[in-house]
Write a protein that binds this ligand. Structure first.
Ligand code: ADP
Ligand code: MG
Ligand code: MG
Length: 234
């Protein structure tokens, strides 16, 4: 449903992305992994429309995505390094604000559902400035899910989370996948994402150097060895 073809990006005089091509199917979790500086965040920003690509195409359900396309923006929910949340507001107030912006139907009901889903219902009226990074991240995800995106794109969503928050986040990701959402998850930490993903693509120096289907039966050591080898070669 999402096809990225020959995406390139030049920043300054550097070629940061070199013909990156990837597809993301319905209900699939694709992990894009690679070392620091590989171009992952640049790829993320170009794909979600935060940066204008220098070349290439993004095709959503057979239609070419133009810059600032409202349909694409509604279909693709994304979470990068910025949460876009308001510290002086409560979870409920934050969701109310974005719910109105996205013109969400049955907003009251939807907010209640979402806050339960991300485990923040009991804190719904508390200003979020005192929240832990894990709680913030769960609310940030709830905000993205308000618009019921078909595709979810996450750039390093596990960063700064403790083990319990990681598990909660992973549960939300798996639940969304099981209800048909397509998810692209970007990480520098192979171990963090290999259990979640159906497929992994390795981005190195702006290029996809390998992609691989992952099976649940695969042993972690073999997988890690493979990844380390791909990253260290060349
Ligand atoms: P990653 O997310 O994989 O760590 P980034 O996409 O953040 O990688 O960065 C990829 C490369 O692009 C890095 O070498 C970085 O220094 C460079 N870069 C990022 N932003 C800019 C910019 N605005 N101008 C010039 N170079 C940039
Ligand atoms: Mg980086
Ligand atoms: Mg990054």
């Amino acid at each position: 449903m999402l096809e990225i073809k020959n995406l390139t990006k030049i920043l300054g005089d550097k070629l940061i992305l070199r013909n990156v091509s990837l597809t993301l199917g319905k209900g699939e979790i694709l992990a894009v992994v690679g070392p620091n500086g590989a171009g992952k965040s640049t790829f993320f920003k170009c794909t979600v429309g935060l940066l204008q690509p220098s070349g290439g195409e993004i095709i959503l359900d057979g239609n070419l995505v133009k810059k600032k396309s409202a349909i694409a923006r509604k279909k693709i929910g994304f979470l990068g390094h910025e949460s876009f949340l308001y510290n002086n507001l409560s979870p409920l107030e934050n969701l109310q604000f974005y719910g109105k912006l996205y013109k969400v139907k049955n907003l009251e009901e939807r907010m209640k559902e979402l806050l339960k889903e991300v485990g923040l219902y009991l804190f719904k009226d508390v200003p979020i400035r005192s929240f832990s990074r894990g709680m913030m991240q769960r609310l940030a995800i709830a905000r993205v899910l308000l618009a019921e995106p078909d595709i979810l794109m996450l750039d390093e969503p596990h960063t700064g989370l403790d083990q319990e928050a990681v598990q909660l986040l992973n549960k939300i990701i798996i639940d969304k996948k099981n209800s048909g959402t397509s998810i692209l998850i970007i990480s520098h930490d192979f171990e963090q994402v290999h259990k979640l993903a159906d497929r992994v693509a390795v981005l190195k120096k702006g290029k996809i150097v390998e992609t691989r289907e992952l099976a649940e039966s695969m042993d972690l050591y073999g997988m890690k060895e493979w990844y380390e080898k791909v990253v260290s070669e060349g």
